[in-house]
Design a protein around this ligand. Structure first.
Ligand code: TRP
Ligand code: ZN
Length: 323
């Protein structure tokens, strides 16, 4: 029948238009519930823009916490627990179910903070996390206030949007990363094998506002890597594969346990090359972060553009990979 042909074409065009508007992925979506070709799939929600001013406001608070506690937020020090209390209070007020997981390392008590967003299929959990501890020599605002603040603001954006993805969302802030990935390893080691198998992906954010930034994507799970790369391609920002020490952050214990992982990174003590400065701007022959692990890792040690792009990429991945 002739009428059915334009009818179907119209439905397809509507789906395509909605997909363009929302940035949703039809290819990755669940099959439509109705008979083939009969119904449009539900429009997939696009991630909101993450206000970089909000991310920076969290960094200001973490800086104040360090300043009030001997200049750092290190494992076993008062500044670490104060950082954790700050993040937890924001999440509790937004409706998260938060859990503090306690462990001991080097004779001092440490903590992970886990925040579950109620809803979604708990047999398919998407996690995003960052280490919240600094080294003892400084406030740790790029390393890793940056990742911690961006993960926090993304979690708060989920709550503001009333977002209810198909998967269950879980956010994490790890303790004692700087002592050797202690908190994240403790979390993974204490998961039952059933609960480990429920984690469909772990996204890691450690140093995403470096002052002389590069745009590095972890070369791990291909689908996660593609999600990040495609986002930056859409911004017109070239990326490179992260090579400054694979396994040097909290994704490593997840990867070892067989969980698909990915993440973003803007560089630590390695030097930016002339070719990298040509495509990203910044200063060739200088470290991505000259204040890495030192006392000058303060709120002055952040590139706002890098922090903004990486925060938006984080939210994009959380939305897209939880469909
Ligand atoms: N995790 C390291 C730290 O906190 C920083 C780092 C070095 C890193 N190489 C990395 C983080 C590669 C992510 C990816 O000091
Ligand atoms: Zn560090």
């Amino acid at each position: 029948m002739k009428l059915s042909v334009p009818g179907r074409a119209t439905a397809t065009a509507v789906v395509a238009a909605v997909s363009l508007l929302t940035g949703g992925s039809i290819a990755g979506a669940a099959p439509a519930a109705g008979p083939a070709g009969s119904a449009a799939e539900p429009a997939l929600a696009a991630a909101p823009d993450i206000p970089v001013a909000n991310v920076k406001a969290h960094l200001t608070q973490l800086q104040s916490i360090a300043t009030a506690n001997g200049g750092n937020r290190a494992h076993g020090r008062a500044g670490y627990k104060a950082s954790l209390d700050y993040v937890k209070a924001k999440l509790d007020a937004a409706g998260y179910t938060t859990t503090i997981q306690q462990f001991t390392s080097s004779g001092r008590v440490g903590y992970n903070l886990i925040a579950d967003w109620p809803g979604g299929d708990t047999s398919r959990v998407l996690m995003a996390g960052s280490h919240l501890d600094s080294v003892s020599s400084g406030a740790g605002i790029n390393d890793n206030g940056s990742g911690s603040a961006a993960v926090l603001e993304t979690a708060l954006a989920v709550a503001r949007a009333g977002h209810q993805p198909a998967k269950h969302l879980r956010f994490a802030w790890w303790g004692a990363e700087e002592l050797g990935l202690v908190g994240s390893r403790y979390y993974v080691n204490n998961l039952s094998s059933a609960n480990r198998a429920r984690i469909s992906g772990y996204l890691n954010f450690d140093m995403i506002g470096s002052p002389n930034p590069g745009y590095f994507v972890y070369d791990d799970d291909p689908a996660i890597e593609k999600t990040f790369k495609d986002y930056f391609t859409g911004l017109g920002v070239p990326t490179e594969i992260e090579t400054e020490g694979d396994g040097r952050s909290d994704h490593a214990p997840f990867k070892s346990a067989g969980v698909p992982v990915g993440g973003l990174f803007t560089g630590a003590s390695r030097t930016k090359s002339a070719a990298q400065a040509a495509k990203w701007g910044g200063t060739a022959g200088q470290a991505f972060d000259r204040c890495y692990h030192s006392s000058c890792d303060t709120t002055a040690n952040i590139n706002d553009t890098a922090l903004n792009r990486n925060s938006d990429a984080l939210a994009h991945a959380v939305w897209e990979l939880s469909e």
